[in-house]
Design a protein around this ligand. Structure first.
Ligand SMILES: N#[N+]C[C@@H]1[C@@H](O)[C@H](O)[C@@H](O)[C@@H]2O[C@H]12
Length: 439
């Protein structure tokens, strides 16, 4: 029996999600200053096909059209991020033209009965702050607090749902350890420091939020992967516990318990790494929800030859264009785990897939994405029916967009973007969603 919208709570948010650098374009317009992603994407060899977000989906100019598409599909929520370098100059003065863009976007959403959820930081750190040390400089938390306060003051009268950071694991591990993301460092000690300063920035923003937006809610969005042993053995189970702490626990436990998970911390200390733990009281001040970005599982095996004592193992399940296994069961498992361990309301702030989407005669037949969404919706409903306080689900993503180091080679949208013409085409999955959201 096909799943129905009416099986979800009436006040459940079904939305879609994007981020500034991935869709806005207009990178040199109205005074916007460079971010680390502007510099990184213009560094030869960093991005597939040497692509960048200079134009992207031209959302900065086409936001009204995109809101109308959301309305046509029937979404009642839209999660988007603010481009920090678009709203604050390096001299700390506000950029009114940049702020006006977000004022207009928020007003257009509200006029169309779409609830805005704002992410303050989705990876596009102003480059001048990177030059001051970026996430390695403890002062970054105060810069972030000032930026957050500005946005709360400007938009907090109309926007009541806020997310401090998107996926600090990615900002720290992909940006400072694996070098795949901006700023492209490859240093595990820097990674640990960056992770701590990201969590501090989160805490400083929550603190000022409570003073400015007294009738709003604020949380943080983490990417969560279901970590499983590739083969059942005691060593592999221990490896899975360790990896779960590194990937998931490191960015949840400090916020709720005020401390890093013990096994991961012990491993890092064995490797001679410094674990900064200042401001744990600010990091762990109460938040109102966790955002959960779920995509897949991660299979691991114990590996004594690795300094981190594990290695990743490729799974056998059908995969998306990103090479990620399609594993809706993991969504249920992680919602249950996070809800049980931390006791907070949850929003699925991202879930979706990259597909081999082809435009043929103005049609994109992405039946595979319809099936993907249906299976993940079913698991979300199962979680709700089992008592998990799940309050919303945001499809990643509204539009095909700049997929970071993959450039435009991966299409996650339910709406196809012809980047040459900027024409938008509803994929079959968008048409399916339109019908689903009306049942
Ligand atoms: N990769 N991938 C797709 C998607 C990415 O485009 C988002 O910006 C991130 O928040 C998260 O990693 C998920």
């Amino acid at each position: 029996m096909a799943i129905k919208r009416s099986e979800f709570p009436e006040n459940f948010i079904f939305g879609t999600a994007t981020s500034a650098y991935q869709i806005e374009g207009a990178v040199n317009e109205d005074g916007r200053e460079p971010s680390i992603w502007d510099v990184f994407s213009h560094t030869p060899g960093k991005i597939q096909n040497n692509e960048n977000g200079d134009v992207a989906c031209d959302h900065y100019h086409r936001y009204n059209e995109d809101v109308q598409i959301m309305k046509e599909i029937g979404f009642n929520g839209y999660r988007f991020s603010i481009s920090w370098p678009r709203v604050l100059f390096s001299n700390q003065k506000k950029n009114q033209k940049g702020l006006d863009f977000y004022n207009k976007l928020v007003d257009t959403l509200l006029e169309n009965n779409i609830t805005p959820f704002i992410t303050l930081y989705h990876w596009d750190l102003p480059y001048y702050l990177y030059e001051k040390g970026g996430w390695l400089n403890p002062d970054i938390a105060l810069y972030f607090q000032d930026y957050a306060a500005l946005m709360f003051e400007i938009l907090g009268d109309r926007v009541k749902h806020w997310i401090t950071l998107n996926e600090p694991w990615c900002s720290s591990y992909l940006g400072y350890f694996m070098g795949k993301h901006a700023p492209g460092h490859t240093n595990i000690q820097e990674t640990i420091i960056a992770a701590h300063n990201l969590l501090r920035a989160h805490g400083y923003a929550v603190k000022i939020f409570r003073e400015i937006v007294k009738d709003g809610i604020i949380g943080i969005t983490n990417v969560v992967s279901k970590i499983e042993p590739a083969k059942e053995s005691e060593e592999n189970f221990q490896a899975a516990i360790l990896v779960d702490e590194i990937v998931n626990g490191w960015f949840h436990d400090p916020i709720i318990f005020g401390k890093f998970p013990e096994n991961a911390k012990g491993l890092f200390k064995q490797l001679g790494l410094e674990i900064p733990e200042t401001d744990m009281d600010i990091i762990s001040q109460p938040i109102d929800f966790f955002g959960v970005n779920y995509y897949t599982r991660q299979l691991v095996e114990y590996d004594p030859t690795s300094p981190y004592l594990y290695k990743n193992v490729e799974g056998i399940l059908p995969k998306t264009e990103m090479g990620w296994e399609i594993y809706p069961e993991g969504l249920y498992d992680m919602l249950r785990k996070i809800h049980r361990r931390y006791g907070l309301p949850l929003y699925i702030t991202e879930n979706g897939m990259a597909g081999p989407d082809k435009l043929q005669n103005d049609i994109i037949n992405d039946d595979y994405r319809v099936k993907y969404l249906e299976k993940h919706f079913e698991k979300a409903l199962e979680a709700i029916e089992d008592g998990i306080d799940l309050r919303g689900y945001f499809v990643w993503s509204l539009l095909d967009n700049f997929e970071w180091e993959k450039g435009y080679s991966k299409r996650f949208g339910i709406v196809y973007v012809d980047y040459k013409t900027q024409k938008r085409y509803l994929k079959k999955s968008a048409v399916w969603l339109k019908e689903f959201l009306r049942k």
